[in-house]
Design a protein around this ligand. Structure first.
Ligand SMILES: Cc1cc2nc3c(=O)[nH]c(=O)nc-3n(C[C@H](O)[C@H](O)[C@H](O)COP(=O)(O)OP(=O)(O)OC[C@H]3O[C@@H](n4cnc5c(N)ncnc54)[C@H](O)[C@@H]3O)c2cc1C
Length: 461
């Protein structure tokens, strides 16, 4: 079933009993019955339009199960990765990640003088023209103990801070340098090539610049979503018989994620937890006979999906799916991205509502529904990204503190670092869907620390 996309969850008597999926080749909407359903459909970073995620990664399945009763936890918690190839212009549909490992040897800097940065942006100076004493290695300066190896959220915010202050490079001013000059002189070009040759080659192919000779340019981008479907320790959601694993659930990372831990979670959930816990559930179901897909719940779910598809196909408006997705992504990036504040988030909520209206009245999907139709696939996902975007903004407004990847500008230390408020916000926010046009309800799962003490992060000393 590789070319199938799940479009809805079927719940019978409060238990997950199957799914509705669309055959992406024929366009046929089909029913699948099961004693339990496992959702492992990845994160929702593509709500931002431009992200490092694969194009088929989408939050649709998570949103569908949320609408069928599964709680959505911490939707605001998204990770921004500092070392992505910067946005080049309006033609892009995705961003490329330069591996984190590059920060082992690369040094991140911007010009110390604004006039140098401006001259670089205008193409009048090259980075190699900037003398060593006129370079600001801002991570080494701000975080002497960790330097270029500070965690992703810290490195990302520091790069944004420099660019916002007018020191950014590249033609947009939204880029900083990742420089290997020192590593090459210390280790030799061959060692650097052995360590990072494939990445340098990839960079050169995309940017048409040789990173052995001139520093790479990087800028933060959306990379991972820590929030997701709420699960218990058995990886079961608030809908009985519905399990959620991997990036699609909220379980392991809190407000932040350290490098490599996502694949570890994928392995842990898929190999070590679910195969055992799902048996606990199925053991009780052993006397329940197979379900027929003729059950009225299947019929109703399929009917609703077909109605949704027909509604989208019948709009025949003037906007392409991508143009609406891009508009949503810009709102998400500007107001629900690396730095958030109440006013901006409220503005984002307003804009997202406008975008929803625009989508449902002016989207154009060519072709037919009962055929291969990638525009229709995208449209179904964008409809869901709009809902996810709204939920993210709502959750980010609620959380009046900064923690991990969630940075509220109103809540920062004098040095611009995250300022948590454990007294009021040491909880997982769990959102329950209440129907179209209704506000979701918030449930709080309080965090209890038995073996470790909570503390403020410090990468300076
Ligand atoms: C560029 C990049 C580099 C990364 N590097 C690392 C790393 O070095 N270390 C690390 O730990 N993590 C890394 N990550 C994160 C890690 O790869 C992901 O978190 C992890 O792959 C998530 O696994 P998953 O199985 O939960 O979801 P995914 O790998 O996203 O798989 C979900 C699958 O579900 C499918 N799907 C989605 N919706 C539906 C639907 N409705 N119906 C049917 N199928 C659907 C998708 O097509 C996809 O095949 C990286 C991520 C990116 C983007």
């Amino acid at each position: 079933y590789t070319r199938y996309e799940m479009l809805d969850l079927v719940v019978i008597d409060g238990r997950a009993r199957g799914i509705i999926a669309r055959n992406l080749v024929t366009g046929k909407v089909e029913r699948f019955a099961a004693h339990a359903v496992v959702v492992g459909t990845g994160g929702y970073g593509n709500a931002f339009f431009l992200s490092t995620n694969a194009m088929t990664s989408n939050g649709s399945a998570a949103l569908q199960v949320y609408k069928k009763g599964a709680f959505f936890a911490n939707p605001a918690f998204a990770q921004i990765h500092p070392t992505c190839i910067p946005v080049q212009g309006e033609h892009q549909s995705k961003l490329t990640l330069m591996s984190e490992s590059l920060r082992n040897d690369g040094r991140i800097w911007v010009p110390k003088k604004k006039e140098d940065a401006e001259a670089i942006r205008k193409g009048k100076l090259k980075p190699t023209d900037i003398a060593e004493e006129n370079r600001d290695y801002f991570l080494e300066r701000r975080y002497p103990a960790f330097g270029n190896l500070v965690p992703r959220d810290v490195a990302s915010r520091a790069a944004k801070e420099r660019c916002d202050a007018g020191f950014g490079v590249g033609n947009t001013g939204l880029a900083v340098y990742l420089d290997f000059e020192e590593a090459i002189s210390r280790l030799g070009e061959n060692v650097v090539r052995e360590r990072y040759g494939n990445l340098f080659e990839m960079y050169e192919k995309i940017v048409d610049d040789n990173p052995y000779k001139t520093p790479m340019m990087i800028y933060p981008a959306i990379h991972y979503t820590m929030g997701g479907i709420w699960v218990d320790y058995e990886l079961q959601t608030t809908v009985k018989g519905l399990f959620c694993i991997g990036e699609a659930n909220f379980s392991d990372h809190g407000a932040n994620r350290l490098g490599a831990s996502a694949l570890m979670q994928g392995l842990a959930d898929g190999y070590f937890i679910l195969p055992y816990t799902i048996q606990n559930y199925l053991a009780d179901q052993i006397r329940v006979p197979r379900f027929s897909t003729d059950a009225p719940e299947f019929e109703e779910a399929e009917k609703q999906i077909n109605e949704k598809i027909n509604r989208i196909m019948s709009i025949q408006g003037k906007r392409s799916v991508d143009s609406i997705h891009r508009e949503l992504g810009l709102v998400m990036w500007d107001f629900v991205g690396m730095a958030r504040n109440k006013k901006g988030l409220e503005h984002a909520l307003e804009r997202i509502r406008e975008i929803r209206k625009e989508f449902w009245s002016n989207v154009f999907v060519p072709g037919k529904a009962d055929d291969l139709n990638t525009e229709l696939e995208k449209a179904l996902r964008v409809a869901d990204f709009i809902e996810i975007g709204e939920l993210m903004a709502r959750d980010a407004i609620l959380r009046e503190e900064s923690c991990g990847g969630h940075f509220r500008e109103e809540h920062q230390t004098e040095e611009g670092e995250t300022l948590r408020n454990d007294k009021e916000f040491a909880f997982v926010s769990c959102w329950k869907y209440n129907g179209e046009g209704e506000e979701p309800s918030l449930f709080k799962e309080m965090l209890a620390y038995e073996f470790v003490e909570r503390d403020q992060r410090n990468y300076k000393a």
